[in-house]
Write a protein that binds this ligand. Structure first.
Ligand code: SF4
Ligand code: SF4
Length: 375
C-alpha cells in the first residue's frame, strides 16, 4: 500500500497526532457533546472535554487487587492507561434519573412521564473493547426485551463511539479470556490505535465514515499498520489473569454450599463498590421525592446494589440477610444466571471490581478456588 495514496475508508486510515482536535471539532459540528477521559482526584474518570489538551496525556494507571494509582509515562500518549473507576454506564443509565412528575392541580394529580426527546447527544471518546462489550450486554437488559427503557434507548441511539484499542493491560484485566477484548470488535463508529505520532483509524459506521471523509485522511502505511498490530498484541500478551468460562454456569449453581462463600463473606464489607464500578450491573430502585408544600412529587430511579441489606426486602423481610448470601447472589448472577436471562455473561473481564474492592476480592480467584474443590 502506498504511503501517500488517498484511499476508500474500508481500509485503515492515519490521523496525525496534531490533528486529533480536528476530529473533535468534526464531532462537535455534528452536535455531539464530547465526553472523555480526564484526571480528577487522582484517577482517570470520564467527564466533558473540549480539546485533546483535556485528555490524560502522558499518564498511566497502575492497578492491582484493591490498589490504583496514576503514574507518569515516558511518552506523551493520550490514551496510555487502561480503565478507571467509571464506565460509560453513568451516561447511558444515569445514577439518578427522573422518570415521572406528579403535580397537584384543582382537578387532582397530573402525572407526566420524563421526556426522552431531550436526551443528550454524547460522543464518547476513548471507549475500550471491554466497554463496548459491556454496552452490548446492557443493550440486552434495557432495549432488546419486550419493554425498552426510554431513557437508555434515547441516549444509546444518539451516541457516537470513538473507540481506542488497548495497547497495554492492567494486571486486573482478563477480557481476553472472556472474548471481549482487548481489540475492539464491533459497536464503534471509529476505532483508533495510538502510535507515537498519531492513530490508525478504522471505520465502523456511516457516521464514522462521513467524519473520516471530511478529515481527508491518508491510508495508513504498511509500517503504521504493523506498529498498530504490535501495540494491540502487547495488550494481549500482558494479560495474566483469566476466567475459565466453559463450565462456570454449572460450577456456581452446583455449589451453593461451598465453604468458600463463607470465607469470602468474612472479608467482604458489603460496601457495593464492585456493583457501582461494574459496567454491566443494572440494579436500581425507585423512590418518590416530595417538595415541602406537597405540590409536586418526583419519581426517581436510582442505582442500587444487591449488596445493600434492604435490596432483597420483600413481604416483610429481607431475603438475603447475610453477606455470604449477597456475595453469592452477585457472583452467581454475574457469571451464571445472567446467561439464563440474557444469553450472555454479565462479566466482560474489565477488572474494575478487583481494583476497586477495598479488600481486594478477586472474582477470578473466587471461581478458581470453588473449581479447585467443587462438591
Ligand atoms: S464483574 Fe468485575 S470484571 Fe466483570 S465486568 Fe463487572 S467489574 Fe468488570
Ligand atoms: S466484594 Fe469487595 S467491593 Fe464488593 S461489596 Fe464486597 S468488599 Fe465491597
Amino acid at each position: 500500500m502506498s504511503a501517500a495514496a488517498r484511499s476508500p475508508v474500508d481500509t485503515p486510515q492515519f490521523l496525525p497526532r496534531e490533528h486529533l482536535n480536528e476530529l473533535f471539532t468534526a464531532l462537535r459540528r455534528r452536535g455531539y457533546e464530547l465526553v472523555g477521559p480526564v484526571i480528577r482526584q487522582g484517577a482517570i474518570v470520564y467527564d466533558h472535554i473540549e480539546t485533546a489538551e483535556d485528555l490524560p496525556c502522558g499518564w498511566t494507571d497502575h492497578q492491582e487487587a484493591g490498589k490504583y494509582r496514576l503514574e507518569r509515562r515516558e511518552d506523551q500518549r493520550y490514551f496510555g492507561y487502561v480503565v478507571g473507576p467509571q464506565s460509560w454506564k453513568q451516561y447511558l443509565f444515569p445514577p439518578v434519573a427522573r422518570i415521572a412528575t406528579a403535580t397537584a392541580t384543582e382537578a387532582g394529580w397530573e402525572v407526566t412521564a420524563a421526556d426522552a426527546a431531550d436526551a443528550p447527544r454524547y460522543a464518547f471518546i476513548g471507549v475500550r473493547a471491554c466497554e463496548l462489550a459491556a454496552i452490548a450486554v446492557q443493550d440486552r437488559v434495557f432495549i432488546q426485551k419486550d419493554y425498552a427503557d426510554p431513557i437508555y434507548k434515547a441516549r444509546r441511539e444518539r451516541a457516537f463511539f470513538l473507540a481506542v484499542n488497548c495497547a497495554q493491560s492492567a494486571p486486573t484485566c482478563f477480557c481476553s479470556s472472556m472474548g471481549t477484548g482487548p481489540e475492539c470488535g464491533a459497536g464503534y463508529d471509529l476505532a483508533l490505535t495510538e502510535l507515537d505520532d498519531g492513530f490508525t483509524v478504522e471505520v465502523g459506521s456511516s457516521t464514522g465514515e462521513g467524519i473520516v471523509q471530511e478529515l481527508a485522511l491518508l491510508s495508513a502505511t504498511d509500517e503504521q499498520l504493523r506498529d498498530a498490530e504490535a501495540e494491540r498484541r502487547r495488550a494481549i500478551e500482558q494479560q495474566t489473569r483469566s476466567m475459565r468460562t466453559d463450565d462456570v454456569h454449572r460450577l456456581l449453581l452446583d455449589n451453593p454450599h461451598h465453604p468458600r462463600w463463607s470465607e469470602t463473606a468474612e472479608r467482604c464489607l458489603s460496601c457495593t463498590n464492585c456493583t457501582q464500578v461494574c459496567p454491566t450491573c443494572f440494579c436500581s430502585s425507585v423512590r418518590e421525592v416530595t417538595d415541602l408544600d406537597v405540590a409536586q412529587v418526583e419519581r426517581r430511579r436510582e442505582w442500587d446494589s444487591c449488596f445493600n441489606f434492604d435490596f432483597s426486602y420483600m413481604n416483610g423481610g429481607v431475603v438475603r440477610n447475610s453477606v455470604r448470601s449477597r456475595y453469592r447472589q452477585w457472583l452467581t448472577h454475574k457469571l451464571a444466571t445472567w446467561q439464563d436471562q440474557f444469553a450472555v455473561s454479565g462479566c466482560v473481564g474489565c477488572g474494575r471490581c478487583i481494583t476497586w474492592c477495598p479488600v481486594g476480592i478477586d472474582l477470578t480467584e473466587e471461581v478458581a478456588v470453588i473449581r479447585g474443590s467443587a462438591e
